[in-house]
Design a protein around this ligand. Sequence first.
Ligand code: NAI
Ligand code: AKG
Length: 350
Amino acid sequence: MKLFETVKEMGHEQVLFFQDKELNFKAIIALHDTSLGRAMGATRLFPYASEEDALRDVLRLSRGMTYKAACANIPVGGGKAVIIANPDQKTDKMLRAYGRFVDSLQGRFITGQDVNICPEDVQEMRRETRYVVGLTGKAGGPAPATALGVFLGIQAAVFFQLNKQDLNGLQVAVQGLGNVGGKLCEYLHRRGVKLFVTDLNHNRAEEIQQLYGATVVESEDIYSLDVDIFAPCAMGAILNSETIPLIQASIIAGCANNQLQDERIHSAMLKSQGILYCPDYVINSGGLINVYHELTFSDEASYLKQIHSIYDTLLEIFTKSKSENITTQDASKRLAEERITKARKLRIAA
Ligand SMILES: NC(=O)C1=CN([C@@H]2O[C@H](COP(=O)(O)OP(=O)(O)OC[C@H]3O[C@@H](n4cnc5c(N)ncnc54)[C@H](O)[C@@H]3O)[C@@H](O)[C@H]2O)C=CC1
Ligand SMILES: O=C(O)CCC(=O)C(=O)O
């Protein structure tokens, strides 16, 4: 990867590399755009196959955070971090060393939990830096809020695409039953949805089967199920040239970040197949809203109001996509860019 060329093309402001020689792990923090405020974004710990994969992931995730904050009307910039390690390698010492790396940015980057990082890990980082959110006893992990946002987004999509106000009797396929996917299953089950689920962790899939009467399927079968909605709640790049032709659902609405392998090509493929795609950084913004409200000590009512606005923002994006004959991905990007450009102009004028 040509580093500066890529960073220029994706519009990043700064990328920071960290290595702990003693503990033998590496981490990257990427700050994408801080026009709306200081950068916020959680930390993912993952055993990337290569450093290039880790870099690509953090660059895409941090850019997604810029758009996520703008679409959710949260005055923060986009950032994200990855720790290159196996989850078995995770120790308190490692988390504290990483906390010192975050602290060295002196609040220009505020972080929390993403894949393989839990609220207790954030608590450990907190021993070294105050620039962390999602603490136990405060907002806690952002997953329940993210799941609520996805649930509201599903309702908006069902209203727009199927002209239904009620989810009762609909069939949803959920890929990934972790912190967010599991909670989403609970919300959907309560509304009378029939669930089809898969997870690489078979025990977890069986647990969801017991709890919510879900049907467990093999991971490769999840795409081709004859269901109303497909909810990707695991890892990114799962919407690609191999999987999209298999999809029977007319709505894609899930929490996973960076679902489209190639944003332009694969959003267009979905549109031409008549599938309504809920842009990931819009539908999964509940977690960001949650941690932002922890940071600003705002009240429960304003927090819930902002989470519920995900429904209206998605309807606005669907309507724009239809009237301008563009993909929902482009419609959401335009909405975000309009808000960012306005903020930049105000900053220059001030
Ligand atoms: N936790 C949060 O509040 C937010 C999470 N996200 C994104 O949502 C996704 C899920 O997040 P969490 O639930 O927190 O993660 P998690 O780590 O708790 O759960 C992920 C689950 O997906 C499973 N999985 C991984 N690959 C799979 C595959 N190919 N097929 C089936 N299952 C697979 C894992 O076994 C695990 O159970 C991630 O992409 C994350 O970046 C986005 C916004 C906020
Ligand atoms: O948890 C955070 O720090 C912000 C949310 C986030 O990173 C995400 O939505 O992917």
